[in-house]
Design a protein around this ligand. Structure first.
Ligand code: NDP
Length: 282
């Protein structure tokens, strides 16, 4: 029988780590599958995705800039994808329809709580950013039972709109969810600070922030070296982590959606970290 086919679709796509992650999961779980990169034209996501599924593909990971287009394309949505307004995983059902899910938030929560052994229940969380990445993690973070979740953004109006969206959908008690301009980030010390902006692309901090000395600062971006955000947190004696674990764990959650088996993220994460570090040294 032909091997089941999956792919990651995006633009650009050449630097995606997803093929090596899913091939490692395939080996570790004994689930044979083929996983490729798929470059779609910026105005051609729907055509490329439909063709992939029509030709027998079973699942797609969706990355920048197509997560909203994938949300629109899906025939049925997981509740967390509906809440996020974005889809990063598509699965073709037996009847040919497409099921859309968003595993980014679950990946972040698993990396924080399992790999980094960081409790979120009863803690004060700060989320910096109000783009697609921030939106995707609000509901999974709230489900961990934090004492509070504060969302700030360079453009405060976007942070406010994001929180209003979740408050209106009834998922957050008033009093639990706060939003505003970046001044809120230094109004008090936070236990866990998550950078969901793309500030690290330009090696800048997204904003000044205050973190508890035993807190954890988490940058969704990843790289060979600590970002300016991570350095600013380390200077306040906080623990720091980048987003490589989130990348691996969202992939594990997608793999589970497709294959019904949850692969262990840690060995793949360790191997990927070695690769990233040696590339950084090169
Ligand atoms: P968007 O373009 O949707 O949003 C960008 C966000 O970053 C906005 O909140 C924007 O603020 C803010 N921002 C950009 N530059 C700066 C800056 N210099 N200072 C302060 N704020 C800034 O991007 P996404 O939400 O889709 O992605 C954000 C990051 O998260 C990306 O870098 C992506 O790589 C990463 N990510 C990592 C994942 C992982 O698995 N590790 C998964 C998903 C995303 P404003 O609204 O004011 O413009």
């Amino acid at each position: 029988a032909p091997v089941d086919r999956y792919a990651v679709i995006g633009n650009p796509i050449g630097h995606s780590r997803s093929p090596e992650i899913h091939r490692a999961f395939s080996t570790a779980t004994g689930e044979p599958l083929d996983y490729q990169r798929l470059l779609a034209p910026l105005d051609g996501f729907e055509d490329a995705a439909r063709r992939f599924f029509a030709e027998g593909g079973l699942g797609l990971n969706v990355t920048v800039p197509f997560k909203l287009a994938a949300f629109t394309l899906a025939d049925r949505l997981a509740p967390r994808a509906a809440a996020a307004g974005a889809v990063n995983t598509l699965r073709r059902e037996d009847d040919g329809t497409l099921y859309g899910d968003n595993t980014d938030g679950a990946g972040l929560v698993r990396d924080l709580t399992v790999n980094l052994a960081t409790a979120l229940a009863g803690r004060d969380l700060l989320l910096i950013g109000a783009g697609g990445a921030a939106r995707g993690v609000v509901l999974p973070l709230l489900e961990c039972g934090p004492a509070s979740l504060t969302v700030v953004n360079r453009s405060a109006a976007r942070a406010n709109a994001l929180c209003e969206h979740f408050a209106a959908s009834g998922v957050a008690d008033s009093g639990l969810l706060h939003s505003g301009d970046v001044g809120l980030a230094t109004a008090r010390p936070y236990d866990v600070v998550i950078n969901a902006t793309s500030s690290s692309l330009t090696d800048a901090v997204p904003c000044a922030f205050t973190i508890a000395a035993d807190g954890l600062a988490y940058d969704m971006m990843y790289g060979a070296r600590p970002s300016a955000f991570m350095q600013a947190a380390a200077a306040q004696s906080a623990r720091v982590a980048d987003g490589l674990g989130m990348l691996v764990e969202q992939a594990a959650e997608s793999f589970r959606l497709w294959r019904g088996v949850l692969p262990s993220g840690q060995p793949v994460l360790a191997a990927l970290r070695d690769t990233l570090t040696s590339e950084g040294d090169a």
